[in-house]
Design a protein around this ligand. Sequence first.
Ligand code: ADP
Ligand code: SF4
Length: 678
Amino acid sequence: MDPRYAPLFQPLKIGPVTAPNRFVSMPHAIGFSHLMPNGAIGIRETRAEGGWGIVAMQLSEIDPTSDLSGLPYERLWDEEDVRAHARSVERIHAHGALASIELAHTGIRSRGISNGYPPMGPSVLPTLKPEMPLMSRAMTKDDIRTLRQSYRAATRRAKEAGYDIAYVYAAHDASVLWHFLHPDYNRRTDEYGGSFENRLRLFREVLEETKEEAGDDIAVAVRFAVHEASGPKRITHDGEGRAVIEALADLPDLWDVNISGWSRDSGTSRYDPEGFQEEFTRFVKQVTGKPVLGVGRFTSPDTMVSQLRRGVLDLIGGARPSIADPFLPAKLREGRVEDIRECIGCNICVAAESVGCELRCTQNPTISEEWRRGWHPERIPPAHRRENTLIVGSGPAGLEAALVLARAGHDVTVAEAREDLGGRVLREARISNLAAWGRVADYRLYQLRQMGNVTLYADSPLDAEAVAEFGADHVLLATGARWRRDGGGRTRLTGIDGFENAALTPDDLLDGATVDGPVVIYDDDHYYMANALAAQLARQGAEVQIVTPLPTLGSWMAQTLEQPRMIAEMHRLGVRMLPYTAATGWTGTGLAVRRADTGEPLPEIPARRLLSVTSRLPDISLSEALAALGIAHRLIGDAEAPGTIQSSVYSGHRHAREILGQVPEDGLFRRERAKVFL
Ligand code: ADP
Ligand code: SF4
């Protein structure tokens, strides 16, 4: 190990338990609910194996009145739940890590639809999903007593399940304790409302009682957001956020501090650099003598160790870094820094959770597949025979497939038409603020260049004859996709008048085309490309307008938590936004448009240039030529179905595993089956 990183491997006493090192795999939604314990255990066990000293269970509701309906979270309601938790803890302990659990009541963040109890909080309030037509009820003294008992009971169950650390959760605008503390939410006139001490009362009581239940057996952590970076912004790191730490300073065994709401806590690389929470959390260690844990999308060991050395944090928390590379600590310990698969900060993982499905990750295609497909993030079983694979295209799909097959022992050749290897990620990483995208190629190319059984050719466009001549056992076409120029998109499938001969596409811009004069961008893609290019062009001084047929700009970015930041960015850069506006044609001097709902014509939007960002079509010309010659091959990544970078990486991985025969016999994957009672 590089001695510089030794502080990260010092054990740390946390109340009655001792963490083996300073790496904490944080509580975060993983998309496997209490109904899918096996997949969830697979994720956590892999992290413990990968060297994370503490591995956290995701948010676990303490009783049925906390009801995040429709989201795949955990429960610790009764003895039956304890069984699955105990199994999870056992698998974490087997690798020498500690297990923690974030015990939570989500208060007015609850939705109360699934379990049938109305959300409850300090006062009658709109639930914290404003678009849902629901209000919370104000908790009575009896409710408060019941809540305290529920916390006690959940702590007892956590102990029974074998956890080492139980959390009192008061962060993310998603905890009833936070709601009681918050001056905007707490309008009570009894001893639980009004003054700061009164608003803190419930939090303090729950913490004291959790400590009492925990006894000398397990540690008690508090997760608390010291600063509201979004929302009402009443709790701040130099105001009541600090006052809470001062008031409860040495009561918990561990402070786990962050910022609120979730969208700011999980900032993407486009908007927040590594370590972005430090300005808000650095005061905490000056106020308490207890260990302090924090996050900030830490992926660089130098940044991590600097947090310890400068006395900002005692423990380094990673949610996304532990998703992207469950073996990050082990690699550091073994002096293999270059092998770390750094999170790119894209929040595809968050998007998977937002839509209620199992965790997905751009950098780590094996996440969620540990149990159900038996995929390990680091180990690929050897191929039965040493075979020869040709991969055409060096984007994320081609490189990932190459890596899997090479690790299994195949001889792998990658041929890339362009001068540089890396495909779309290499080019998209040149867009301002998307530089981290390049890590997808960097990690894989570094690995491939270390291997004797891999040959990488740039500047090598292959045609069908060249592929045939190569005579590979397997041919994978990772030839990617091109943006449509004709305006055919996701809401309007056919081309738009005048686009084909006039529009620029993102491919043109990424290949170096420049735009002079006012530009109108037509966005029927709804993810980052249109607005990222809009921001880049605006920064270069162009007058930019962005038109989209959907009611909001960059709709998918609501799932990655970026939409509010992106819209603010557009405002800041003076980009004019025209949502709910559908293009009907390019006139040569402007974009003809109509209302997207009624079809009523709207005034033309004058512009010198048109940038069409609508949809992509796979590049299958080589595939067709190979088919004509009768040469078997697989299309992978965008060439199979254009999608996200994550879907390309995943596709490359899956196809490679299929070639290796590493799929269950029935071709499916293991499923978690519900029990039938009737
Ligand atoms: P994916 O996301 O599926 O990996 P990319 O678009 O990132 O797709 O990468 C596809 C790559 O394939 C591009 O860099 C492109 O230049 C390359 N490519 C396409 N056709 C050929 C070909 N006939 N020979 C070599 N490389 C090709
Ligand atoms: Fe990081 Fe993106 Fe993976 Fe999430 S999906 S862990 S943000 S690389």
